[in-house]
Design a protein around this ligand. Structure first.
Ligand code: ADP
Ligand code: MG
Length: 451
């Protein structure tokens, strides 16, 4: 059990002791046991059912006051009978274990064995990023530090980070390497902060975990923009590692300059190393990726069927691999040993007809830019000329109409605009479509082009 909690509980008892008779105190309060601190509540156990009911009957409010006065982060308490305690402990880890867990659970040094450099198909779209990742894996902190890689969803960023991890684990055994998704980094940090006032070793553990490494990888760092305090923490982690000449590798779905609300000092730290993008793979590379995947998974599939799939997905490799599995599944349901083009056509009929896959915010933005003859930078930027504003609002309108995306995400895409701005644009165009011919013509044209 955590010492600070015990100490705090002792203080609670002292507070209580001043207000009630010594006999009552010894009989009812002293025997209580603290077993956990969870979700902002102190969890207590009574030695018997009678004790529990007596405590709740006579001291509930006083105890609550004493507890909330003593512990900053606690808003209530629960009191268990011995039976309830046992039940609770079956499904919950006591506080101490939780601390240890927090120190290990969120990071990874167990990498997906399929995500290796060997299994990564290199083509024009990704050769630079591949080379940079390899160089960093072979000689951490020697050349590209930090290494910042970015690219759209499903283009292989996580695969590459794991490949670095696998390589280092196998070849540079003395190097300590930690991989964390930005989301888990945030959770870990929030957890550490939450309990820091009751136990400051937690924040120390947090820092040690991320600063006591040779290689730190943070996946999907774009989520960092949501939290200021976290950027601060990350900045210090970053500096600390950098000064100790440790390797930092970061992935993101967009370049640093497009991560809204990212502090300038972090942007310039990222820029001090190598920033490298992954492009969409061309058809040839996509075919090679599917062939490799089929070989790894022992799928039997005709070359033409592979081509059929590769021709139909060009933005997301994960999705393309999903199509491959669907085709294999379909043909195996028919009892076939080799999947053919016909199978592929049948299996993917429903997915390809709706054409939903090929609709993306990027595509909508491109089509709108082409239609109104404005650049993408202007469209998502801050310029306020009438033409650009109209194009921008129509673009927002189309995205809200045609895609199922949260408004905040759309705001992010449009240079970090607030969701209320997005709602405003949408409503305005909705109104104009009804009343203004030029706008309704444009919207109809654009929809036809996109569908
Ligand atoms: P991201 O992290 O960029 O969203 P992932 O790394 O999760 O994308 O990749 C999605 C899937 O596509 C994974 O199964 C990965 O193995 C595969 N993939 C992506 N690029 C390649 C490539 N060049 N060669 C082989 N597989 C790839
Ligand atoms: Mg990823």
């Amino acid at each position: 059990m955590d010492n600070k909690i015990l100490k705090g509980w002792e203080n609670v008892l002292t507070r209580m002791a001043t207000d009630i008779s010594a006999v009552s105190f010894d009989l009812w309060l002293k025997p209580l046991e603290v077993i956990d601190l969870k979700d902002g509540a102190i969890i207590l156990a009574a030695p018997s059912v009678v004790t529990k009911s007596q405590v709740l009957k006579n001291f509930k409010d006083a105890l609550l006051n004493a507890i909330t006065a003593e512990f900053d982060n606690v808003i209530g308490f629960e009191l268990f009978t011995p039976e309830e305690k046992e039940e609770y402990l079956k499904y919950n880890k006591p506080f101490e274990e939780e601390i240890q867990q927090a120190a290990t659970q969120n990071t990874l040094d167990n990498f997906n064995p399929k995500y290796t450099f060997d299994n990564f198909v290199v083509g024009k779209s990704n050769q630079f990023v591949y080379t940079a990742c390899r160089a960093v894996a072979e000689n951490p902190a020697m050349r590209f530090n930090p290494l910042f890689i970015y690219g759209g969803v499903g283009l292989g960023k996580t695969h590459l980070l794991h490949a670095i991890g696998n390589y280092i684990k196998n070849n540079l055994k003395d190097k300590k390497i930690v991989y964390v998704t930005c989301e888990n980094f945030i959770n870990d940090y929030v957890y550490a902060l939450k309990f820091n006032s009751s136990n400051d070793t937690i924040i120390t553990n947090f820092r040690e975990k991320y600063r006591n490494v040779d290689v730190l990888m943070v996946d999907d760092v774009q989520f960092i923009s949501e939290k200021r305090a976290l950027q601060e923490e990350f900045f210090h982690t970053f500096n600390d590692l950098y000064q100790k000449n440790k390797q930092i590798i970061i992935s993101s779905d967009r370049p640093p300059r497009e991560i809204s609300a990212l502090e300038d000092r972090l942007k310039s730290r990222f820029a001090s190393g190598l920033i490298q993008d992954i492009q969409k793979p061309d058809l040839e590379t996509r075919i090679a990726i599917l062939e490799k995947k089929a070989a790894i998974e022992n799928y039997n599939i005709e070359k033409d069927a592979i081509k059929f799939i590769a021709e139909r997905v060009d933005t997301n490799i994960r999705e393309m691999e999903g199509f491959l599995s669907k085709v294999i599944f379909f043909s195996s349901l028919l009892g076939k040993t080799l999947a053919t083009v016909d199978d592929a056509q049948e299996a993917l009929k429903n997915y390809l007809e709706t054409n939903k896959e090929s609709l993306s915010t990027d595509r909508i933005i491109n089509v709108v830019c082409g239609y109104f003859n404005v650049t993408k930078d202007d469209l998502i930027g801050k310029k306020k000329t009438k033409e650009i504003v109209t194009a921008r609002q129509i673009c927002v309108y189309l995205i809200t109409e045609m895609m199922d995306l949260p408004l905040t995400t759309i705001g992010e895409i449009f240079g970090g605009r607030d969701h209320t701005t997005i709602i405003h644009s949408r409503d305005k165009i909705e109104e104009m479509v009804k009343n203004k011919t030029s706008v309704s013509v444009a919207v109809n044209d654009l929809k036809a082009m996109l569908e």
